[in-house]
Design a protein around this ligand. Structure first.
Ligand code: APR
Length: 236
């Protein structure tokens, strides 16, 4: 593989699995005992806001008890050291809504599906860092309305900052996918964009993902083992 300059890394739930955060399609399709359709859609929120708010309150609280694992820490090291050693850029595009990349020390993280630790005011459109429950309908600090919702991209909603993601891809020469099943678009389609743009593509996953055939190279194993090995190779 030619030495890359600019690297775009897509991560999914698999990179946080060894930190104790459930993946989505691992345990029989149930997500914390809920069907995703019952909690992660605008319709679910309209139908039963308390159920949805309680679900995300539980998830928001749970992730604050988890720690980054060696895979998060290795990517953070690459994010910090690569520009200095190679003059290139690293962008971590994550589908995850936990903050383990940031707590592992990563600086350039783009949350395309939102973040548990943000709230979004549906009255004044402000997004703000939020670590407390929303079930009690707290007032928005900006407009005072009790209109805060989880800042999570639900099924049927548009992922965030896709233009920035495509801009970073057009300047990259290596696309790496870590810990994602390749089941949900548009994230799952990024590897095809990368191939169309002629860049190298690498998959690091516990098992082959649905998009595995699009990758030049696939390495299988737990992220906490194969990600640090890959970063070591790159920074050597
Ligand atoms: N190390 C590496 N990969 C792992 C590990 C691990 N320890 N454990 C699981 N995996 C892999 C699984 O093999 C699977 O391919 O991580 C992937 C997890 O897939 P999903 O559960 O589908 O999670 P993800 O791909 O992130 O889901 C994408 O779907 O539900 C929506 O918005 C939600 O962002 C999520 C999106």
């Amino acid at each position: 593989m030619k030495r890359p300059r600019n690297i775009v890394i897509l991560t999914g739930a698999g990179i946080s699995a060894e930190s104790g955060i459930d993946t989505f399609r691992g345990g029989g399709g149930l997500w914390e005992q809920h069907r995703v359709e019952d909690v992660a859609t605008p319709e679910a929120f309209a139908r039963d806001p308390d159920l949805v708010l309680r679900f995300y309150d539980m998830r928001r609280e749970a992730i604050q008890t988890k720690q980054p694992n060696p895979a998060h820490i290795a990517l953070a090291r690459l994010d910090r050291e690569w520009p200095k050693s190679e003059g290139g850029e690293v962008l971590i595009v994550t589908q995850n809504v936990d903050d383990l990349h940031e707590r592992g020390g990563a600086l350039n993280v783009l949350h395309m599906h939102g973040e548990h630790l943000n709230a979004w005011c549906t009255a004044c459109d402000m997004r703000l860092r939020w670590t407390d429950p929303l079930i009690h309908r707290p007032s928005c600090p900006l407009c005072g309305e009790p209109a805060l919702r989880p800042d999570i991209v639900w099924f049927g909603e548009i992922p965030y900052r896709m233009d920035e993601i495509h801009e970073a891809l057009s300047a990259a020469d290596l696309f790496v996918s870590i810990g994602t099943s390749g089941a949900v678009y548009p994230a799952a389609g990024l590897v095809r964009t990368a191939r169309d743009l002629g860049m190298q593509t690498l998959e690091l996953n516990l098992e082959r993902s649905q998009g595995s055939a699009w990758f030049h190279e696939t390495r299988l194993g737990p992220a906490s083992a194969i990600v640090p090995t890959w970063v070591e190779e790159l920074l050597r």
